[in-house]
Design a protein around this ligand. Structure first.
Ligand code: GLN
Length: 306
């Protein structure tokens, strides 16, 4: 990863998310790569101690929480697994889809997934979401007030989507409270090291390799990982699979959370995004790592090199 880091450090292209003004302010040259193996080995390069907003990568963990409380069949029925070829906050896709919620990673389905954990007591609702993410990270996670405020004051698009889903009876908690807690979950602050540990917990069948704690039953992992395979990078998921070949989830803060099942978790952060909302340099980094370590599941002719 040091070699790849040096090689790609000066890669240009993409731009920070600007629909959340606070994310626009983040230094676009920030760059970090972390690996955490299921044996607890940790490798890090770049700004791996700097915190960034988790954004959509948080959706993986609200899905995990929903699965823990409802099980696979019920979550599938309440949300769905429909793939789309539109942008992650497309209203048209919700309108045109028969199930409307699409999947747990498009913004609408993601908010509906968070709403499954709804509690009338908003503090309890928020705590449930953060306790769960913290267990995956193996440390207490908090959120960035400035990112939260910035995103919340620009959340009318998400609010409209949430009310639309409510009108279809595809939302499972109070819209305003859920939008608020969802925005906080997206503003959760993580380092690339945290992201790698969160991914490694999924790679390790649900046991956090840092703390040894079982965070989720192993029986839910295939649903989460297959969701990441089909929808993790939205409409670029297929290209990602061809070039990297691993379950992953992106976020508009520039995070890429990648799972190498049975081997390790990878966390890459670089804020400038492509037109689909995925980190440009993050994708290049993942492609290089996949190639160098023979990680991609679709072109692996021999065991990967870890
Ligand atoms: N919080 C962002 C939103 O709701 C997350 C989007 C993303 O990271 N793709 O729009």
């Amino acid at each position: 990863i040091e070699h790849i880091f040096k090689h790609l450090k000066n890669t240009k292209g993409g731009k920070n998310a600007d629909y959340i003004p606070e994310l626009k302010k983040v230094n676009p040259n920030s760059y970090a790569i972390s690996v955490f193996t299921i044996n607890g080995e940790s490798y890090n390069v770049g700004m791996f101690d700097k915190e960034f907003a988790l954004e959509s990568a948080s959706k993986v963990f609200s899905l995990a929480l929903a699965l823990k409380t409802k099980g696979v069949a019920k979550v599938k029925q309440m949300i769905g697994t429909e793939q789309t070829s539109t942008v992650f906050n497309s209203v048209a896709a919700i309108e045109e889809s028969a199930n409307h919620t699409l999947n747990s990673f498009e913004n609408g389905g993601a908010m509906a997934t968070t709403s499954i954990a709804y509690d009338k007591n908003k503090a309890k609702f928020e705590k449930k979401i953060f306790d769960n993410m913290s267990k995956f990270a193996g440390r207490h996670l908090t959120y960035s007030r400035p990112v939260y405020k910035s995103e919340y004051s620009n959340s009318d698009h998400n609010r409209a989507i949430a009310y639309l889903l409510k009108s279809y009876k595809r939302f499972y908690g109070d819209v305003e409270d859920t939008l608020d807690v969802y925005t906080r979950q997206c503003s959760a602050l993580v380092t690339s090291k945290d992201v790698a540990i969160m991914a490694a917990t999924l790679a390790n069948g649900g046991v956090n390799p840092k703390t040894g704690e079982r965070v989720i039953d192993a029986k839910f992992i295939p649903y989460i990982l297959s969701h990441m395979v089909t929808n993790g990078l939205y409409e670029s998921s297929e290209t990602w699979l061809t070039n990297v070949g691993l379950p992953a989830k992106s976020g508009v803060g520039g995070v890429l959370l990648i799972v190498v099942p049975g081997v390790m978790g990878i966390g890459i952060i670089s804020p400038p995004l492509d037109e689909h909302g995925n980190s440009v340099k993050g994708i290049k980094t993942a492609e290089a790592m996949s190639k160098m370590l023979n990680l991609g599941i679709f072109n692996r002719r021999q065991p990967c090199k870890m």
